[in-house]
Each structure stands twice: as C-alpha cells, then as structure tokens.
Design a binder for this molecule. Sequence first.
Ligand SMILES: N=c1c2ncn([C@@H]3O[C@H](COP(=O)(O)OP(=O)(O)OP(=O)(O)O)[C@@H](O)[C@H]3O)c2ncn1[C@@H]1O[C@H](COP(=O)(O)O)[C@@H](O)[C@H]1O
Length: 107
Amino acid sequence: MSGAGEEDTFEKLYGIILDRLERRPEGSYTASLADRGMGHVARKVGEEAAELMVAALTGEGVAAEAADLIYHVLVLLAMTGVGLEGLKAELERRMPGAGDVGDGKKS
Ligand SMILES: N=c1c2ncn([C@@H]3O[C@H](COP(=O)(O)OP(=O)(O)OP(=O)(O)O)[C@@H](O)[C@H]3O)c2ncn1[C@@H]1O[C@H](COP(=O)(O)O)[C@@H](O)[C@H]1O
C-alpha cells in the first residue's frame, strides 16, 4: 500500500513547488498562489478540503480532489518553512516505537 513510489511522487512534486516558489516563472499557478500570500493559500486549503469532503460523500472525484488538497498543503508547508521534512518528522514521531508515550498522536 505504501512504498518508495509514493514517497518519490510527493518529493518530486514538492521539489517542483520549491522551484516555482524560488523562480516565480510566468504562468505558474504555484507562483500566482504565493504572490497572493499566506491568507489566500490557507483559504485554498480549506476550500480544497471541503471539495474532498463532497467527493467522499458522493463517491466521485476523490483522487482528483485529494490531489488538489495535497498539492495546496505542500505549497502551504513550503511557504510556512515547515516543509515536507517537517511533516515527515511529525508523522514519524507518531509511529509506534518512535519514543512517544500514549497514542503518540499529539504532543
Ligand atoms: N499538482 C498541482 C495542482 N493541483 C491543483 N492545481 C491547481 O489548483 C487549482 C485548483 O482549482 P480551483 O478551481 O480550486 O482554483 P482556480 O479557480 O483554478 O484558481 P484560484 O484563483 O481559485 O486559486 C487549479 O488551477 C489547478 O490547476 C495544481 N497546480 C499545480 N500542480 C503541480 O504543480 C506543478 C507546478 O505547476 P505550476 O506552478 O503551474 O508550474 C505542476 O507541474 C503540477 O505537478
């Protein structure tokens, strides 16, 4: 279910996002998002989450809406400086045997 292929996809997409944020090329949706600021990006994450919720309830377009949400979350992570590495570290910290006590879900 999980594997190197999935990790590679996320890292590849995150690398493209970092490139767009650095270079801000004309015509880049990522650059246009960043130009509109963190408030806009955060609102987009909320909108995309709502669209995924509708997709889950109707059973239509789940993969496409999940992809939209993940992409916008990755842009938000890049812009906040948390990054993909920060997300991975948090998820790893919650896993069994990672040194946490309890259910390991929240600090
Ligand atoms: N994965 C994505 C991705 N997912 C969703 N989107 C965009 O997110 C938007 C979501 O649609 P909406 O209807 O909610 O938004 P909209 O009305 O188009 O735009 P807003 O004004 O509301 O922001 C669409 O314009 C999609 O194209 C993405 N845009 C880019 N990527 C990846 O980012 C890479 C870099 O893209 P550019 O920055 O455009 O070069 C691409 O190669 C892709 O791999």
